[in-house]
Design a protein around this ligand. Structure first.
Ligand code: NAP
Ligand code: HSE
Length: 438
């Protein structure tokens, strides 16, 4: 058998410690599959005294990821620290500087620096693998980058954040509060170090930015994504969605349009009977629509130590099997220097169905005003449902739910603003986009 592949792991938290444990527990089967042993030779984290659940004897400790990346005793630098800058970025730059291959699960860092790092790795013939950065244990990067080479993509969308999907599922199923659901997701190791990234949609945006680049051959453009999170979704919205034949999911969607590529992250109504509508808890799903294959849906665990470690170790195994001196596949599926500039389709031209929930004063003329503003803005309604408001004075307030046929974002915003100006509303209107989904 050949020489061992020597691994340096920076970050020994939820993911890093799972990776180290599995590499140890499955060392024999991995060595057989890869044709050579894989050995952890160096690690770095903040607290040297913490028990990481594996035997660290014989493994060198480094005080910083940067020092680990520069060590002559590693072949692969595995970055599992997190954060778009700081120690993670310094470590990766040091690894490139010292000619080490890299594996990372860090979508925030790739969404911000991915193209620049890909260019540097491609120039030096280094591998930069990041399967775990999108949709946890689902092998979506490899599928899109390698297995779908014969395809031009028209739309890629999905449930890309396990924490948000876990929260929405438990709120619906167990009727427990948003905060309690989030605390459970943190305890289970699903959430980011700063969980606002999960609930406010930024984590989904980081992953969507990476998928968009691979799907459409464009530079990563995370700042161009329209982002709305789930913190404004109430149990009333979840119940109303179900009554109308929908479920609410936090989706990331990228699609080619006549004016450019639309990238958006927002709570979305998907049909109750659709496959994606049935994806629950920490499970993620990525749907790909492409010309040669048609439609695909990949689903699986989107977060958690072992599921994420599975993807990280798959990336390490690919490096173990790679042939030195052989030209490596480009990081984003096309050489970084040939990625096209991203051309954005503005959110105001987005067209689709809308769910609009309004709490109104129960008085004469309100319905006429609502209907009038919809008609003035060319919005045709599929349905109107009226019920007693669940909050406030039930005698004086009504909840009205409008479902529109396909309308544009700008038409809907104008109509809702005009309704607000009329002074009939109690509280803020709720607007949720509806997505056709398989
Ligand atoms: P985590 O549990 O918070 O672990 C982070 C680790 O990094 C800890 O071991 C910490 O050390 C270490 N660390 C932090 N700052 C450091 C510094 N300045 N220098 C050296 N070490 C430092 O995070 P995680 O959940 O494992 O996530 C790691 C990465 O994987 C992130 O990029 C995350 O987005 C990504 N990811 C996570 C999941 C998931 O389900 N958790 C899934 C997919 C991708 P101490 O332990 O000593 O504090
Ligand atoms: N916090 C992320 C999630 C981890 O909940 O999906 C996986 O990327």
């Amino acid at each position: 058998m050949s020489e061992p592949l020597r691994i340096g792991i920076a970050g020994l938290g939820t993911v890093g410690s799972s990776v180290a444990q599995i590499l140890k527990n499955k060392s024999n089967s991995l060595a057989h599959r890869c044709g050579r042993p894989i050995a952890v030779t160096g690690v770095s984290a903040r607290d040297r005294s913490k028990d990481r659940g594996f035997d660290m004897s014989g493994i060198s400790w480094f005080d910083t990821p940067e020092q680990l990346a520069a060590s002559p005793d590693i072949d692969v630098f595995v970055e599992l620290v997190g954060g778009e800058n700081g120690a993670a970025l310094e470590g990766i730059k040091a690894a490139i500087g010292s000619g080490r291959h890299i594996v990372t699960a860090n979508k925030a860092l790739l969404a911000r620096h991915g193209v620049e790092l890909a260019r540097a790795c491609e120039d030096k013939g280094l591998i930069l693998n990041f399967e775990a950065a999108v949709a946890g244990g689902i092998p979506v990067i490899k599928t899109m980058r390698e297995s779908l080479a014969a395809n031009d993509c028209s739309r890629v969308y999905g449930i890309l954040n396990g924490t948000a999907n876990y929260i929405l599922t438990r709120m619906e199923r167990d009727e427990i509060s948003f905060d309690d659901c989030l605390a459970d997701a943190q305890r289970l190791g699903y959430a980011e170090a700063d969980p606002t990234f999960d609930v406010e949609g930024q984590d989904t945006a980081h992953k969507l930015a990476i998928l968009t680049s691979i799907a459409f051959g464009t530079e990563v453009a995370v700042d161009q994504i329209y982002v709305e999170g789930i913190s404004n979704i109430s149990l009333s919205d979840i119940h109303a969605a179900r009554d109308l034949g929908y479920r609410i999911k936090l989706l990331g969607v990228a699609q080619r349009t006549a004016t450019g590529i639309e990238q958006r992250v927002h709570p979305t109504m998907v049909p109750l009977g659709s496959m994606i509508g049935q994806v629950d808890s920490v499970t993620n799903a990525v749907a790909i629509e492409a010309d040669t294959v048609g439609s695909l849906l990949l689903s699986g665990p989107g977060a958690g130590g072992n599921a994420t470690a599975s993807a990280v170790i798959g990336d390490i195994a690919d490096i173990a099997k790679s042939r030195p001196g052989h030209q490596e596949a480009p990081v984003f599926g096309r050489p970084a220097n040939e990625l096209e500039p991203y051309r954005r389709a503005g959110m105001s031209s987005h067209a689709g169905g809308y769910f609009i929930r309004l709490t109104v004063h129960d008085r004469l003329g309100v319905f006429a005003s609502l209907a009038g503003h919809m008609a003035e803005n060319d919005i045709s309604l599929e349905s109107i449902v009226q019920r007693k408001a669940s909050n406030g004075d039930a005698d004086a307030a009504k909840t009205v739910i409008l479902i529109t046929h396909e309308s544009t974002e700008s038409e809907v915003r104008k109509a809702v603003n005009a309704i607000l100006d009329d002074g009939h509303l109690i509280g803020k209107p709720q607007v949720i986009r509806i997505e056709p989904a398989g």
